[in-house]
Design a protein around this ligand. Sequence first.
Ligand SMILES: Nc1ncnc2c1ncn2[C@@H]1O[C@H](COP(=O)(O)OP(=O)(O)O)[C@@H](O)[C@H]1O
Ligand SMILES: CC(C)(COP(=O)(O)O)[C@@H](O)C(=O)NCCC(=O)O
Length: 323
Amino acid sequence: MDRRLDPGLSPYRTFSRAEWAALRRDTPMTLRPDEITRLEGLGVHLSMQEVEEIYLPLSRLLSLYVAATQKLFRAMSHFLDQRDSEANGEGKMPYIIGVAGSVAVGKSTTARVLQALLARWPNTPKVDLVTTDGFLLPNAILEREGLMDKKGFPESYDLPLLLRFLTDIKAGRRPVRAPLYSHFFYDVMPDQFVEIDRPDILIVEGLNVLQTTRPPKDGKAIPFVSDFFDFSVYIDGDEDVIERWYVERFMRLRATAFKDPLSYFHRYSQLTEEQARATALSIWRGINLPNLMDNVLPTRQRADLILRKTGEHEVAEVSLRRL
Ligand SMILES: Nc1ncnc2c1ncn2[C@@H]1O[C@H](COP(=O)(O)OP(=O)(O)O)[C@@H](O)[C@H]1O
Ligand SMILES: CC(C)(COP(=O)(O)O)[C@@H](O)C(=O)NCCC(=O)O
């Protein structure tokens, strides 16, 4: 079902692939084929054409937005009579980009491509990447709370920890640590963190990054995750296509990572191909699809930019929110 906004009512300007690709203008291709290969996830064939026609124009837009925001930040520092060193160390504020969308829609891959392209721009050499998977509650708590079948749902995250992380980033504290999630162990890794030390850009990717927060029981108002964002991208696709991507990824993992006896899903590597496909479909239709329909898709129209994908991860349309 196509739930895109009625163009007559939309705050977005929508570009065809060709119109968007033309906005690359003279932006040079800064990634070599071997670098694109390194960016690919398991089984991903990331086409050079996709990077040139979709992600290069996006990196040009973001570079312009970051430069304008850096000017705004200096204006605020001037207003506050703050010297650059006092404002936030070296007079810069991390520009935070959120990347949202369904499980298996391509958030991690897109985030890695953007990280590589944005780091090539002279005004943003340091680009860090964090996934909100690390802010999931540990399996022990999910199991105690009966939430193992809700992994990825709003209630499965340690939202206060994520908001504290983003607050520290925006306040310029250094370094700030983000917990790490392992898809191999299917759990948050105890005592493992990624340190974020005042990057020019921080990309935060995850299912929940555009969700509006239900007020907590104590009634205290808390911010939305996206209140800390300077720009946000939603990666969109038809549910039946994402279901295929999810099953394809599951089957690739079954043939690789799941074969390791230490892998959480090792038991699935013992299944026949048909049983494994049925299991992947059951997990998708029982957990990730309801989460997409109820909690993720409704956040699409909060994004600044929507990448609408077709069957093989190609982006067919780009919608950019008008200022
Ligand atoms: N642009 C792309 N081109 C080709 N394959 C892709 C692309 N983006 C994602 N994929 C594939 O789709 C699956 C999901 O991608 P991933 O980035 O892991 O999604 P997410 O982080 O949203 O779960 C992965 O198996 C990956 O190989
Ligand atoms: C950990 C996740 C919530 C994160 O989603 P993703 O990074 O794949 O978008 C998801 O991969 C997940 O494990 N969902 C629970 C059901 C499943 O095993 O797919």
